[in-house]
Ligand binder design. Structure first.
Ligand code: NAD
Length: 365
């Protein structure tokens, strides 16, 4: 099979981690007989420097025309003081909206080899951590009006949070369908004790629940959910929530699994053209040192193969290779154990070595 992938390396560690993912993808192509063609796309700070725009229209067009998009990360201190509409993150928001990818899926799963890297108590980790956060991605406060006015001699800032029934319904369906394929438990997270948008969210979710009688729907306020994720994460199967709540909760969920560097994500809309990216940012503090963990990006490529290209065996081969790497004791700096005895059993590796060792472990069956 031939697939065209738009590749956004972005800023900071973006190019380092994406290069490893491409190496792995090429090896998968070689083993399974596929051809992956890559089109480079500039987005983020590097695009601001080149074109004065975080995502020029022709770059977005290349993404929309591709079979899927692989993204590293964007942003960095250099662009912190550019005007709001020019920030690197604006490119990312424009990309998500332009591709119409309204559903962001982030697994929070602990790798048994990394259980000791979780900051949670062993008893909590041993109960199991394996859930998915389905986050609405192109609505809510991040896409509402943002403005700063002068009012009564001082600045007043406003950000508007809007959701329509149809926006809630389409992400709700993804939540229910994801739960149907897993443990059939869906937790809808909102702030209905305060926000109108959340009360509408809850109403739509309960209306939809009638169409999915095999799924048990529960409601949880977002502040309680933040607590429950650290207190009793094994209770969750699938969480569905709005854009900003999902952004925050999924970072929290990634930390309890050990490292933000391990977590992939997929973003999908009406078509199979998806956006695949690790959940972390551009990590300017470690950029250019070849120490970043590329596994979140490599696992994002596995998600691309599974969800956009219908290549489950190829996706399995990548996940197996990552598991073997961890079994063999290789660790990037962010997932090195803190315990002295455990450290002795591990070999510390850099970003490119990590990519190389994973591709050496790829097998067909
Ligand atoms: P970050 O995720 O970049 O980094 C947080 C911490 O995690 C840092 O200590 C970093 O070194 C570490 N880390 C992140 N990824 C890692 C990896 N793969 N391997 C090892 N360690 C890793 O978050 P931040 O510092 O808040 O943001 C840095 C920049 O990234 C900002 O400009 C922010 O706006 C941007 N950002 C971009 C995205 C995106 O492109 N999707 C997402 C979040 C943040």
């Amino acid at each position: 099979m031939k697939k065209n992938i738009a590749v956004i390396r972005g800023d900071g560690i973006g190019p380092e981690i994406v290069n490893q993912a491409i190496k792995v993808l090429d090896k998968v192509g070689e083993i399974f007989g596929h051809t992956f063609n890559y089109t480079d796309v500039d987005m983020g700070g590097c695009a601001i420097d080149k074109y004065g725009d975080p995502l020029p229209q022709d770059m977005l067009d290349k993404c929309v025309a591709s079979d899927s998009v692989l993204l590293g990360a964007v942003g960095g201190d250099k662009w912190n003081n550019v005007p709001g509409h020019m920030r690197p993150e604006k490119g990312l928001l424009r990309l998500r909206a332009g591709m119409g990818v309204y559903s962001n899926n982030r697994p929070a799963k602990i790798w048994p080899q990394l259980a000791s890297a979780s900051p949670l108590k062993k008893s909590i980790v041993d109960a199991g951590i394996d859930f998915i956060i389905v986050r609405e991605l192109i609505g809510g406060i991040y896409f509402g009006e943002h403005k700063t006015d002068d009012v009564d001699g001082q600045k007043q800032a406003t950000d508007i949070l809007t959701y329509s029934e149809s926006e809630i319904e389409r992400i709700g369906r993804i939540g229910f369908e994801t739960a149907q394929k897993r443990g059939k438990k869906l937790c809808s997270v909102e702030k209905s004790n305060v926000l109108d948008s959340s009360r509408l969210w809850k109403k739509v979710m309960h209306h939809l629940a009638q169409e999915y009688p095999d799924v048990t729907l529960t409601d949880m306020l977002v502040d309680n959910c933040a607590m429950q994720i650290v207190k009793n994460p094994s209770q969750f199967d699938v969480i569905v929530t709005e854009n900003m709540f999902g952004d925050i909760l999924s970072d929290e969920a990634s930390m309890i699994t050990g490292s933000i560097g391990m977590i992939p994500s997929s973003s999908l809309g009406k078509t199979s053209c998806g956006l695949y990216e690790p959940i972390h940012g551009s990590a300017p503090d470690i950029a250019g040192q070849d120490v970043a963990n590329p596994i979140g990006t490599i696992l994002s490529v596995a998600m691309m193969l599974r969800y956009s290209f219908d290549m489950p065996a190829e996706a399995d081969s990548i996940e197996r290779a990552v598991s073997k790497l961890l079994d063999d004791g290789y660790r990037t700096a962010d997932i090195m154990p803190s315990d002295e005895q455990e450290v002795k059993k591990c070999v510390k590796i850099g970003c490119s070595q990590c990519g190389q060792l994973i591709l050496q472990r790829l097998t067909k069956g």
